[in-house]
Design a protein around this ligand. Structure first.
Ligand SMILES: *Cc1c(COP(=O)(O)O)cnc(C)c1O
Length: 435
């Protein structure tokens, strides 16, 4: 057997050797099958070690906006690599971080114009929470808690777990080990708006801020809400004098097909916004916590103790910032938001046949997000394998089969995803509902 044939059967040596040593995300290592070895990516496609190609229907956890290996981003990172791969942001400055901060401030609405960099989404949310708490402490007001929403997801670190949906799978195990927060229903109607008001007034002394994923709650199940909900939130925060944080890590950079950011699309301006996922177009890890002038001014003065006490070692990494600047070039020169909207229209049309299948509860789209919600996934490994056999990479979770493809995906590849979603859901329906 030659090496190529052996690799098809067993996977490459690095995978077999490394599988005994690596610890994978959200994975029961005792029963996990070996993951699929990928050797390269191009456009919306991943090339596997055995030569097959998969269309990436989830854009590597929602990051790869422009497709894999976009030459403009590659060139920018290579150029930066030859000059300065990293330098500390304390006391030293480099062009990529400063240019990126200026550009993000220009793209975000209103007075959201002060950018603090970090390396991951969870950390950027931690920083937003820390900013909110210290904003009050700098005025001599000790407020420590947050209001967040059922169905929400804000990260896997301790402070961010405390504002996630407490019941939904991922973090329920840690109950008791997390800070107590007020996790309530989104104010989607008058009753839930009244409950929000009551929560804010009952705990007025202790609530530093309200945190929400605007328009789409992503990891909590791709649940949608409208601009009016966010307007109610803004109004309630203003009435009670608390800060509003938008976690745009998932929806930011055009995913909703409405505008680059949800705060821009809805006209509702938060006091702090967090960005990550597609910030570098899926090239390198980077995140940003962007504060309004009002929040930033809460840290100014001659008291050194009022400075924001945070500083990740790799913050503003030049390679990551170069990738983000190049990604922003592409958002400026190519119609990504319109592409996301077109993806939404295509998915709305092509996923519709799944709506009436037994076991299917809902079909919904919002920009470049397409969801088939079922009563329960039942045999998720079987589902995942069906998608691989259909040549697409999708990862159903909770009770949803969803796609969030690269915004620059071509229509053929998008059709392959939509077609596989409907066909596999039909097979699932027949298997589990005799449909
Ligand atoms: C993914 C995500 C995070 C966490 O980002 P990481 O980079 O995985 O730490 C936080 N908030 C939202 C809305 C996300 O989608």
């Amino acid at each position: 057997m030659d090496a190529a044939a052996a690799a098809v059967r067993t996977g490459p040596a690095w995978l077999n050797d490394g599988f005994g040593h690596i610890w994978l995300p959200y994975t029961q290592m005792g029963t996990a099958p070996k993951p699929i070895p990928v050797v390269s990516g191009s456009g919306a496609r991943l090339k596997l070690a055995d030569g097959r190609e998969l269309v990436d229907g989830i854009a590597s956890w929602w990051t790869v906006a422009h497709g894999y290996c976009h030459p403009h981003i590659q060139a920018a990172v290579e150029d930066q690599l030859g000059r300065l791969p990293h330098v500390m942001l304390g006391g030293l400055a480099h062009e990529q971080a400063y240019r990126l901060a200026t550009r993000l401030a220009g793209l975000l609405p209103g007075s959201l114009d002060r950018v603090f960099f970090s390396e991951s989404g969870s950390v950027s949310v931690e920083i937003a929470m820390k900013m909110a708490i210290q904003y009050w402490r700098n005025q001599g007001i000790a407020r420590s808690r947050f209001v967040s929403f059922r169905g929400g997801y804000h990260g896997d670190t301790f402070a961010t777990m405390s504002v996630c949906d407490p019941e939904e799978g991922m973090h329920s195990l840690f109950r008791g080990a997390l800070a107590e927060q007020h996790v309530i229903d989104l104010p989607v109607d008058d009753d839930s708006a009244a409950a929000l008001d009551a929560c804010l007034s009952d705990h007025a002394d202790d609530i530093a801020g309200v945190i929400v994923e605007p328009l789409v709650q992503g990891a909590g199940g791709m649940r949608l809400h409208d601009a009016a909900t966010l307007k109610r939130l803004r109004d309630a925060c203003d009435r009670h004098g608390v800060l509003l944080i938008f976690d745009e890590i998932f929806v930011g950079f055009g995913r909703t097909g409405r505008a680059l950011f949800a705060c821009e699309a809805t006209g509702v301006e938060p006091d702090i916004v967090t960005l990550s996922k597609a910030l570098t177009g899926g090239t390198l890890p980077l995140a940003a916590t962007v504060a309004s002038g009002k929040v930033f001014e809460g840290f100014l003065g001659d008291d050194a103790g009022h400075a924001l006490m945070h500083g990740p070692t790799y913050m503003g990494n030049p390679l990551a910032c170069a990738a983000a600047n190049a990604s922003l070039d592409l958002f400026e020169s190519e119609p990504r938001v319109a592409q996301a909207a077109a993806i939404g229209r295509f998915l709305a049309r092509h996923l519709e046949p799944a709506r009436d299948l037994p076991g299917v509860r809902d079909v919904r789209t919002e920009g470049a997000i397409g969801v088939i919600e079922v009563d329960a996934l039942r045999d998720n490994p079987w589902l995942k394998q069906c998608f691989i056999d259909a040549g697409v990479w999708l990862r159903p979770f909770g009770n949803i089969i969803y796609t969030t493809p690269p915004l620059a995906i071509g229509e053929d590849d998008l059709a392959r995803i939509a077609d596989a979603m409907v066909r596999v859901t039909r097979a699932w329906s027949e298997r589990f509902h005799g449909g």
